[in-house]
Design a protein around this ligand. Structure first.
Ligand SMILES: [Zn+2]
Length: 443
């Protein structure tokens, strides 16, 4: 939470500091981490004036309706794209939470409606007045559609100060989105550090690995299942597979998109194709439907989902959830893992304690719905399809932005601490890894 003292107002009009919240997400991963989501906020939601959302991933938006339920009445501001993506994401989350925690309530349908009545969708680069002498401007973070670096300028004495919240920063160049914009003139940057201590393989290497895994799987003649996150990963994979089939790098193979949520998200991606990078816009202009190709089947009903595996011959199934925690992909896994002709391709970060993580770590048996399943299918792990910048590029972002001070947040402690140290050592810029619940005073 950012508190801003409104010094532009005369003392007798002084109404106390304004409070700005940035993001309000869900903790994800292990059950004990998830249980924390039901706890009360450590501040009074009714006292916050504005909530700014950087992007539509659940760990940034998941508790917004809970915040509204518990008294938040201020403005909610994000890009238009983030606002639109957030609706199917939160509707889906409501269903998932109800199933996983039938005895608990995080928020309800009416809280969702109220949330969207407070939500304002804005454009990148628009100067938005939050309070007197306090403005918000959003830049493209290149992480997922609509993702924004949120820059807040506010009066500090005779001058204006600028603090930038990065949200998650994209792994540029992305196949679809333009590169992350660079922040200029910031006094402070509050930045993510998910991959603060690791680097990704090159974009060419990851594409080659995916191609090879698909070729091997197709050759065996079995089913290839790819658990994929609904936002960005599914669209990037559709785009990559589309190109590989069109360029005859892999044989024509039926591809099933079996995720109702990813389908809704893909429609929003199509609606905002103006946000794609220039080269992709060129392809679209030439008539290529980048998320559609011969052989792509959209699976709408659950009943159709279980029928896919009755189709003989090689096939590719893209399904959610990305870490195999619920969703249709788990049903596919319970069927395909037993057979050595099949392939599971993991393309994303798998949280500790998830089924995806067990499989990534090479488990020889897993339990799905209390059934013990021997893992005989090939499990391929492809890193590099992350939509986060790696350590090298996070450092480069700070170097180009050249702020006075950096607060390194949103990573496992070892990642954040490693990046903090690198910023200090390599760039000679003041960097801190803030302690939870401690207050920091800015100039
Ligand atoms: Zn994100």
């Amino acid at each position: 939470m950012l508190e801003i003292e409104d010094k532009a107002i005369l003392p007798n009009d002084f109404i106390g500091p304004k409070k700005i919240l940035i993001d309000c997400g869900l903790q994800q991963g292990t059950r004990s981490a998830e249980e924390k989501n039901f706890e009360s906020f450590k501040y009074k939601p009714s006292e916050a004036d504005v909530l700014i959302i950087t992007h539509a991933h659940m760990d940034h938006i998941g508790r917004v309706p809970k915040l509204v339920k518990e008294g938040f009445k201020g403005r909610i501001i994000s890009t238009i794209e983030t606002m639109e993506l957030s609706r199917p994401m939160l509707e889906d989350a409501l269903k998932v939470i109800k199933t996983r925690y039938p005895d608990k309530t995080l928020f309800e349908e009416r809280d969702l409606e109220k949330t969207f009545s407070l939500w304002e969708g804005k454009k990148y680069g628009e100067k938005i007045e939050l309070f007197s002498d306090c403005f918000l401007e959003m830049q493209n973070a290149g992480h997922i559609l609509g993702s924004a670096i949120c820059n807040i300028t506010y009066r500090a004495g005779d001058s204006m100060n600028k603090i930038s919240f990065t949200g998650d920063l994209g792994n540029s160049p992305s196949p679809l989105l333009p590169d992350t914009e660079i922040v200029t003139g910031a006094d402070y940057i509050v930045m993510e550090s998910v991959y603060g201590d690791r680097n990704h393989p090159s974009k060419e290497e990851r594409r080659n690995k995916l191609k090879q895994a698909l070729l091997d799987g197709i050759k065996k003649g079995g089913t290839i299942v790819i658990p994929a996150f609904s936002i960005e990963r599914t669209q990037v994979l559709l785009y990559e597979i589309n190109n590989m089939i069109e360029d005859k790098e892999i044989p024509k193979t039926p591809v099933f998109l079996d995720s109702p949520l990813a389908l809704k998200v893909t429609d929003i991606y199509k609606k905002y194709s103006k946000d794609f990078k220039e080269s992709v816009k060129e392809e679209i202009k030439k008539g290529d439907d980048i998320f559609n190709f011969p052989g792509l089947h959209i699976v709408e009903r659950t009943s159709e989902s279980s029928e896919i595996e009755t189709i003989t011959g090689p096939k590719i199934i893209l399904s959610g959830s990305g870490m195999s925690e619920g969703g249709r992909v788990v049903n596919h896994e319970s069927r395909i893992l037993k057979n050595a002709d099949n392939t599971l391709i993991l393309v994303g970060y798998q949280g500790v304690g998830t089924l995806g993580r067990l499989l990534q770590d090479g488990a020889k048996k897993v339990f799905i719905d209390n059934e013990k399943i021997k893992v005989r299918a090939a499990v391929e792990n492809i890193t590099g399809y992350s939509s986060h910048k790696d350590s090298e590029h996070l450092l480069e972002f700070v170097e180009k932005s050249a702020p006075k001070k950096v607060f390194v947040i949103m990573g496992e402690p070892k990642s954040s601490l490693f990046l903090t140290q690198r910023i200090r050592d390599y760039l000679d810029i003041d960097a801190v890894y803030p302690e939870e619940e401690r207050e920091y005073e800015l100039s």
